[in-house]
Design a protein around this ligand. Structure first.
Ligand code: GLV
Ligand code: MG
Length: 327
């Protein structure tokens, strides 16, 4: 283990993160009844310029008046390159009360962007005497943001999570796609001609693999939660599930839901199964016994487990406990 200790962000369930446009109060009311772990109320790209002021008012009212239960509440502010952003922060923090937990910073490009929002948030928190310190979620969705992802992840003690914003990322990198998330049939490999003269096969690849894996490393190295962003085709649950599983396998803890039908899918995919929890508990029990006997590694079900297995198992068991508590 390094002598550098990585501070972990506050433990929160973040299996699903529901995006809700602030411009429609009815959507905000409906979101309050959803099963999402985290809800972000949007002031940014789902809100047209003419609706920004009303959306801010709606979000303030919704945070004050609706019952959000135990969910984690976030507001996505406008980008630092707009003239909306300062008032998003000031009005929301001054007027929305203590229910808000997080601010989501879109299109973050450099550590200085995070620093600037931190400065503003800190001033308002101090001025109005807010009790709860606001945390930050940052969307990595530009080439600049990805190039600076390590510095961004470490830019503020408020940082809690990094999110992969595939739509803006595709636009920023000029990737050849017009859909929001999902594979591209042009991205793949053609197998060599088989010796028996059979047909060559084309295997689709995941054009987002590098971006997600890169973000996961930056997030984990800084104790943050990596979260996969949107999948636009909400009439394709199988496509959503495939995207969510591949992000989870790489280390993401959750995925956005841009439609209520995606929430249960995200919760299910990002929850450990009964079998996984059972196995983790058996690993912990076996390792406890091994340590009592002065051994560093033992066999369980014919496979080697060692001290590293304890950490993996503990993460799983802790998550299961948080899920049980939230139910
Ligand atoms: C999210 O904001 C995205 O651009 O994908
Ligand atoms: Mg975006």
């Amino acid at each position: 283990m390094s002598f550098t200790i990585v501070e972990q962000a506050p433990a929160r369930l973040n299996r699903s993160e529901l995006a809700v446009p602030g411009s429609n109060y009815r959507f905000l009311e409906k979101a309050a009844d959803s099963a999402a772990d985290v809800i972000f109320l949007d002031l940014e790209d789902a809100v047209a310029p003419d609706d920004k002021v009303q959306a801010r008012k709606n979000i303030i009212k919704a945070l004050q008046e609706l019952d959000w239960g135990t969910r984690t509440m976030s507001v996505r502010i406008n980008g630092l390159d707009t003239h909306y952003m300062y008032r998003d922060v000031v009005d929301i923090l001054e007027q929305a009360g203590e229910r808000l937990d997080l601010i989501m910073i879109p299109k973050v490009g450099t550590a200085a962007d995070v620093y600037a929002v931190d400065m503003l948030v800190t001033q308002v928190e101090d001025a109005v005497g807010r009790e709860k310190k606001i945390g930050f979620e940052m969307i990595i969705e530009t080439a600049l943001g990805m190039a600076n992802v390590d510095e961004i992840a470490g830019a503020s003690p408020r940082n809690e999570s990094l999110h992969f914003g595939v739509a803006d990322y595709a636009a920023s990198t000029k990737a050849r796609t017009t859909v929001i998330g999902g594979p591209n049939p042009l991205y793949g490999v053609l197998t060599d001609p088989p010796a028996d003269g059979g047909e060559r096969q084309f295997h689709w690849g995941d054009m987002w693999h590098y971006a997600i894996a890169r973000m996961v490393v930056a997030a984990r190295a800084n104790g943050l939660r990596p979260i996969d962003g949107p999948f636009g085709d909400f009439s394709d649950p199988d496509g959503y599930k495939a995207q969510a599983y591949r992000a989870a396998v790489l280390g993401c803890e959750g995925k956005w839901a841009i439609h209520p039908s995606q929430i249960d899918l995200a919760n299910e995919i990002n929850s450990p199964s009964e079998a996984e929890i059972d196995k983790a508990k058996r690993i912990l029990a076996a390792m406890e016994e091994a340590q009592r006997e002065g051994k560093g590694a033992v066999a369980l079900d014919g496979r080697l487990i060692d001290i590293a297995s304890i950490k993996q198992a503990e993460v799983l068991v802790q998550k299961a406990a948080m899920i049980a508590e939230s139910a």
